[in-house]
Write a protein that binds this ligand. Sequence first.
Ligand code: SR1
Ligand code: MG
Length: 423
Amino acid sequence: MAETQDFQALDAVTLPARLGDNPAMRAALGSDASSWRVREVGDGNLNLVFIVEGDKGTVIVKQALPYVRLVGDSWPLPLKRSFFEYHALKRQAERDPGMVPEILHFDEAQALIVMEFLSPHIILRQALINGQQLPRIGRDLGLFLARTLFRGSDFSMPTKARKTDLALFADNVELCDITENLVFSDPYFDARMNRHTSPQLDGIVAELRADRDMKVVAQKMKHLFAANAETLLHGDLHTGSVMVTMDETRVIDPEFAFYGPMAFDVGMLLANFWMNFLAQAGHEEAGSRDGMRAYLLDVIEQIWSSFTDEFTQLWRTERKGILYETRLFEDRGDALGAEQALDMVLHDIFVDALGFAGVEMHRRILGLAHNADFETIADPNLRARCETKALKLGRHIAVNRHAIHSIAEVNKLAVRLEKEFVR
Ligand code: SR1
Ligand code: MG
């Protein structure tokens, strides 16, 4: 795995000289490295991202830094996250072909991945903030969830291959540690790097920190995250990890990949749509976002229904792993037994996804890593009103998750909260 002593961070000036001999780069861009045009465009929390254009084409070069970019070198972070991203991308490409960028080259020592440049794709989060309606995302993301989560689990994989993979990804300790702290614990006490819209949210922040039921749920979800090594997760599946055009959806950035509970990816993704729904009121300068809100609720329903439909299909046709074996059910003429087990599995994913969604909504408003959906609302009073609705929705769905029976129920509550305050 990558050692920091050999590592050198790239920059726009040194990149052509450093990668100019690389056969994959030359094949994609053209062999005259001196004519390559390089821009650093990384706006995420962790890495460098370069767009490199040549006469023949364009590629992305993504390089991990030995620290958290958002915070600086006071927070070291191992380069090996690039290794996990590379291995996760390879598995995702096999499990849901066409949904992740193609890898052209991986250099472990330099913690860099050269990959397909997605164009004219834009980040889904930005599209939703802009009020753009993408027709494919609900279906594509539901399929991606079902295919990657099912095919990386003991429902599908040969047990030896799964256990080997589990051991490989178990070393992604530091990125799990970020999630364990930032998502499940920090929002519920005065952790050092927390921030929130203040003073507007001070009251509700104090309430949440004193909310015993919420703290217990957050720790229950952390327990599941840490102990339920069910499948290979993307690990950071929010709308900033998806790139879109009107007719394509791609999932990027799986550096947080590890074996965890299926419901984690599902809940994280849904939470980011609910947050965007509740942030729309902060983006109405150019006109009402009623149409956008209706669209978002529809997408949320589509993600869940396309996830469950595809999961059901895979359950019936690809269940070859060690769990709920067909020799106990279908092969004994008990197809109904397999369907009963499927209902139970999907029900558990639904309930847990609501728990994960609730804490994700809290941490994006109270923790270190906020999201642009709320952050780009300039008026702090308006921002705080939107954020308050999301904090309430998050608390309700996490604490009451066992009593909620459908996505439509959560959507209804989101609509009620959205209408609760004057703008
Ligand atoms: C210190 S990293 C903060 C956040 O950025 C990543 O995208 C993950 O969501 C992480 O929690
Ligand atoms: Mg990321």
